[in-house]
Ligand binder design. Structure first.
Ligand code: SAH
Length: 323
């Protein structure tokens, strides 16, 4: 177990031997098989104004779309036909989908005998409970940063406390709970990234997604200058340390990693990651789910080729957290 000081030292040094260590821990605790999750980005409408995100309400330079419940369940059927065993439903915070509509969608998709992960933002305890009762298995809600001051600056009209409460509500309702952080935000320190990793451990998260921050031109952080290569390397290190500390959890090679490094997926899979989320949203819509520029959606066929090229296999189960 690393102390905060040790984590800071590793993140600040040029030594990347922990990547190999993370790969060994990954192999020991979760094995060589990779879980594929079919990602459906079903709405890019959002009420929030997060400073980094291209879906923010104030971005008028984006064509908005919403999939009908029928389109969503049809896309899930398509995912099932591809052999995918988990469906991830992600969107902006869009109040158009009422609790009863969402629950109906969840119930329909559950008939396909797949696991369902939701990633639809902050909701009340009762809403989370309703989705769980309808059959949802997992929930992704990144804390984004545990630096409370930075969190509150980047998320107008939101609160760090509420984000935390949402995560603890999800845990107490029995969801497999995923969180994670952005790496390379303006004013973010190495100390706070160490706190992020220790927070994942404290929450005992079941899944962790780490993404390098990629500035989006139509956001308040659009002109922020960032060395994407350095930021990629730092994100990989944060992910590797997370694997070393949390051991048996599920960790995706994230789309943002793939976007800023053309070998991002493979590097991540060899530094602690064991999950990939191929995007199965209809082509016409997925290019409009523009949270950051040039998003490299992970294609299922290419993904499978990459997996076998590094001697790994595709999981044949739903991919819950290993005991
Ligand atoms: N509305 C949902 C889903 C958000 S999109 C929610 O609030 O959970 C999923 C993730 O994309 C976010 O959690 C954020 O970490 C990431 N993201 C948003 N903008 C980004 C950017 N500019 N660069 C990198 N990742 C970004």
């Amino acid at each position: 177990m690393f102390s905060k000081e040790e984590i800071i030292k590793i993140l600040s040094s040029n030594d990347d031997s922990i990547l190999k260590k993370a790969d060994e821990i990954r192999k020991q605790y979760v094995g060589d098989s990779i879980h594929l999750r079919g990602l459906i980005e079903f709405s890019n409408y959002c009420n929030r104004t997060c400073y980094y995100c291209g879906l923010r309400y104030e971005n008028k330079n984006i064509e908005r779309y919403r999939l009908s419940p029928e389109d969503i369940t049809n896309t899930a059927k398509y995912a099932k036909s591809l052999g995918l065993k988990t469906i991830v439903l992600q969107s902006g915070e869009d109040h158009y989908y009422s609790t009863s509509i969402l629950c109906k969608i969840i119930e329909e998709i559950k008939k396909l005998d797949v696991a369902i992960t939701l990633s639809i933002g902050e909701k009340t305890y009762n809403e989370y409970k309703a989705y769980k009762d309808a059959g949802a298995d997992r929930y992704l809600l990144r804390i984004e940063t545990t630096d409370k001051k930075l969190y509150n600056t980047l998320h107008p009209n939101m609160s760090f406390e509420n984000r935390l409460e949402c995560l603890y509500n999800l845990k107490s309702l029995g969801y497999e709970t995923g969180t994670g952080c952005l790496v390379g935000l303006p004013e973010q320190t190495i100390e706070s990234l160490a706190d992020d990793i220790l927070f994942f451990k404290e929450l005992d998260a079941d899944m962790i997604g780490i993404g390098p921050f990629i500035p989006h031109p139509n956001t308040p952080l659009g002109n922020y200058k960032i060395d994407l290569k350095k930021n990629f390397d730092l994100s990989i290190k944060v992910m590797a340390l997370t694997r070393i500390l949390l051991k048996n959890i599920n960790i995706p090679a994230t789309t943002a990693m793939e976007t800023i490094n053309k070998n991002g997926q493979i590097i991540a899979l060899q530094s602690g990651a064991n999950v990939i989320m191929p995007n199965i949203t209809n082509d016409e819509y997925k290019k409009q789910y523009n949270i950051y520029p040039n998003k490299q959606n992970q294609d299922i066929i290419l993904t499978k080729e990459k997996i076998s090229s590094i001697g790994r296999t595709i999981s044949n189960n739903k991919g819950f957290r290993y005991k």
